[in-house]
Design a protein around this ligand. Structure first.
Ligand SMILES: [Mn+2]
Length: 438
């Protein structure tokens, strides 16, 4: 049995440095305490191309060096936009008591009983070497552009999945040979498994994903260590196990599930893993359909429940109410939060043009044209219009207040009297049909 610490998606960069470094340094401490015998970082160690003088580079190198002083390390190439090709090369040069192997091409690498890495020349060992602790089959991020150049852009996405499935089956003889030697086989990759769920709760159900659980289980490795999806999840079949470690920290609002790294125990028959949580930051969303309700925010923050948390308050208001949101009051209630992010959405006033309204000669015709455009009944409006023509405003107002006015038309006795705000005649449709009952 071999004990593996599996970290993934560290996303070191200036923006995430505090979160990434707090969580990764904690994880390295924990992996050492739990006596991990080998460490795997399954891609996206960095968030984007970093300058060598960026503080994030030194911070990551410091933690990596601590890890390499404890056990051998395997680093896999992740998404190219996060880790431009060549990023990892420099980390492979970082000395330690144990070596750091960088897997930036498809291939196998064996961990020797002496704690050294022994890589295959081609994509696979022709013969599995002797005196080894574990056999790793590495499938770094596939360059879809390269596949598109060979196969054509239209079929590239699905072709990637088919070729990977073939490749994974190609590893089977070496995995069986290792098993016969009582050596565990471990797959390491970075990509999307069909049907997995993202950290935002979205199932990935497209046909352009790299893997299916079937293709991964098809490799007959006892453990498959994955990166790319930031939410931890796992699948098991006949003792074989596939798992995403998830990201080391919580980098965005709305990310569900616990963050951490995986401690694997893998032997030649089965693989098991346990999530070791990291002190990832707490993110809380307070969302409102309309204006943010201060009482609700106060209730959420009661008893220090949001102290130290990263809180995002979201709301949406019509354009005319935008100034009624008291941002200062929200910030005062949440003064003990680590961060308060205010995201108000302004719903614009939508005005429909009433076609032909300009051509209508009489006001009554304009009202009819407007009623057609806004799909409302013209009759109550026309009654009001007639009322306006025949009576002084004071009389109409007195009639409404005193309910003593003669009805404008006998057949409208039961209809509500509609008071028309000025903008309604101008064609505003941002509010539902509204009337003032008399
Ligand atoms: Mn990632």
């Amino acid at each position: 049995m071999i004990r593996i610490a599996h970290f993934s998606d560290l996303h070191y960069c200036a923006k995430y440095l505090t979160e990434a470094d707090r969580c990764f340094s904690y994880a390295v401490d924990r992996a050492i305490a739990l006596q991990a015998e080998v460490a795997v970082i399954s891609g996206d160690a960095t968030d984007h191309a970093l300058d060598v003088h960026a503080p994030a580079v030194a911070a990551f190198a410091r933690q990596l060096r601590r890890l390499a002083d404890h056990c051998p390390v395997l680093m896999l190439q992740g998404t190219y936009s996060h880790e431009p090709p060549g990023t990892l090369a420099v980390f492979g040069l970082l000395g330690g008591r144990f070596p750091i192997y960088v897997a930036d091409r498809i291939g196998q690498v064996a961990l020797t009983t002496a704690g050294r890495w022994l890589a295959s020349n081609g994509w696979c060992f022709e013969q599995v070497p002797g005196s080894i602790r574990a056999l790793f089959s590495c499938v770094p991020t596939v360059n879809k552009a390269a596949v598109a150049a060979t196969m054509g852009a239209g079929v590239a996405a699905e072709a990637v999945g088919q070729q990977l499935s073939l490749l994974l089956r190609g590893f089977v003889p070496s995995h069986h040979a290792a098993r016969a030697m009582q050596v565990p086989s471990i797959g390491v990759s970075h990509g999307t498994v069909y049907g997995c769920v993202t950290e935002h709760g979205v199932p990935m159900a497209g046909f352009d994903h790299e893997f299916t659980t079937g293709s991964l289980f098809g490799a007959r490795a006892q453990a498959f260590l994955l990166g790319h999806i930031h939410r931890h999840q796992q699948w098991e079949a006949d003792g074989q196990r596939i798992a995403y470690a998830g990201s080391i920290g919580r980098f965005h609002y709305g990310e569900e599930g616990e963050k951490g790294f995986l401690l694997w125990e893998v032997d030649a028959r089965t693989g098991r893993c346990v999530l070791q949580p990291t002190p990832a930051r707490r993110t809380i969303d307070l969302s409102f359909e309309g204006k943010p309700e201060l009482a609700a925010i106060r209730a959420a923050a009661a008893d220090g429940a949001l102290d130290g948390a990263f809180v995002r308050v979201r709301w949406q208001v019509p354009d005319e109410d935008r100034h009624e949101v008291d941002r200062g009051a929200i910030q005062r209630i949440l003064r003990d939060a680590a961060e308060v992010r205010l995201e108000g959405r302004i719903l614009p006033v939508i005005r429909t043009r009433a076609a032909g309204i300009a051509q209508a000669v009489s006001m009554a015709d304009k009202v009819r044209a407007w009623a057609v455009a806004t799909e409302c009944m013209p009759e109550p409006l026309l009654a009001c219009l007639e009322n306006l023509h025949c009576h002084a405003p004071e009389a109409i107002a007195a009639a409404i207040l005193g309910r003593t006015a003669e009805p404008a038309k006998p057949d409208l006795e039961d209809s509500p009297t509609v008071v028309l705000p000025a903008e309604r005649l101008a064609g505003s449709t941002d509010e539902p049909e509204q009337g003032v009952s008399s």
